[in-house]
Design a binder for this molecule. Structure first.
Ligand code: PMP
Length: 326
């Protein structure tokens, strides 16, 4: 018999799938690391179980404890899986920009969810960063995960996602392209691939309204770069410790409209039903066209599933309201 001891045992070992139509104008082979095959439907399951395991080992997460995290939903889902299986209470603090589906899913998994305003500075007491920190000081036997600065986030990708990509491509991967939020995925995978082959190029996908691209190019944290945007999961108004700018060769920014339109096209043209950071990544690949040649093997990572966005880019009224379609 072959079975997992519990659902956590099914995390990782996701497939690599060729893109055939949307990136046909690129000269290279484009392979998608398809992370929705994880049980929480996103790549974030990997870092969630790593962060929990490391916190248990360090003695900062104790039996019967409460896990608290500020999360756009996917990390919350991964943590919720671990909380259910391991017997912890889970509190997710989420910003009001996130889709209603994400909140409902977290509640279905037994989590308590606090919704906070998006359009306030991170240091504002109402922000989701501040609220998560405050709850962790108020609730006894609780642990504030802090995926932005928690090194186990990046470590999970160094130890699992990176090696899987290397092995699945037989060491032939030449470029890794991925959306950047906390930075855990790009930094962990990027440093693993560069350790195996320093010639591998690593590109980050950023959003308009985020500080990453300018900071990478100039070293300046420019507050003028910060404004609200609708793409979920990527771009930041802070510099998380998990973004290792040293392993990133460059960033390209993708508009909210392009991210939404390309996510809708992924479903219709590749039968890939995914979240909008996947659409942003595909459009970013096309923007980087001049960097690729015929023999390149480009791996792009798709973070999460389309079911969390049915009220958004898979809804024509929402797309029209935003001005993304006529
Ligand atoms: N896309 C989605 C949908 C996400 O939830 C996240 C995580 N914030 C990312 C991309 C970015 O991944 P990372 O945090 O590892 O940079």
């Amino acid at each position: 018999m072959e079975y997992a001891e519990n659902i956590l045992g099914t995390i990782g070992n996701t497939p690599l799938v060729k893109l055939n139509r949307l990136t046909a104008e690129l000269p290279c082979l484009v392979l998608a690391k398809y992370e929705t095959f994880n049980p929480g439907n996103s790549v974030k399951d990997r870092m969630a179980i790593q962060m929990v395991a490391d916190a248990e080992e360090a003695g900062i997460l104790k039996p019967g404890g409460t896990i608290i995290e500020g999360t756009s939903g996917n990390t919350g889902m991964g943590l919720a899986l671990a909380a259910v299986i391991k017997g912890y209470k889970m509190i997710c603090v989420i910003s009001d920009k996130q889709s209603k589906e994400k909140v409902d899913i977290l509640k279905a998994m037994g989590s308590e969810v606090h919704v906070c305003p998006t359009d306030v500075a991170p240091e504002d007491p109402r922000s989701y960063y501040s609220t998560a920190k405050r709850l962790a000081t108020e609730i006894p036997n609780s642990w504030y995960v802090n995926q932005y600065d928690n090194p186990s986030n990046c470590k999970a990708h160094f130890m699992s996602t990176g090696p899987e990509i290397w092995e699945q491509t037989d060491g032939k991967v030449t470029h890794f392209v991925v959306g950047v939020g906390t930075g855990g995925t790009i930094s962990g995978v990027g440093s693993y691939l560069k350790m195996k082959n320093p010639k591998v190029k690593v590109w980050g996908i950023d959003t308009y309204g985020s500080v990453f691209k300018k900071y990478h190019e100039t070293g300046i944290f420019d507050e003028k770069e910060i404004y609200p945007y609708s793409t979920e999961g990527i771009g930041e108004d802070i510099l998380p410790l998990n973004v290792n700018f040293g392993v990133i060769d460059g960033f390209t920014k993708v508009t909210d409209k392009d991210a939404a339109v390309y996510t809708a096209r992924l479903a219709k043209e590749e039968a890939m039903f995914l979240g909008n950071s996947a659409g942003a990544a595909v459009k970013g690949l096309l923007q980087l066209k001049e960097h690729f040649t015929k023999d390149d093997v480009v791996v792009v990572l798709f973070h999460d599933h389309g079911s969390r966005y049915v009220g958004k880019m898979f809804n024509e009224d929402w797309m029209r309201e935003k001005g993304f379609i006529d």
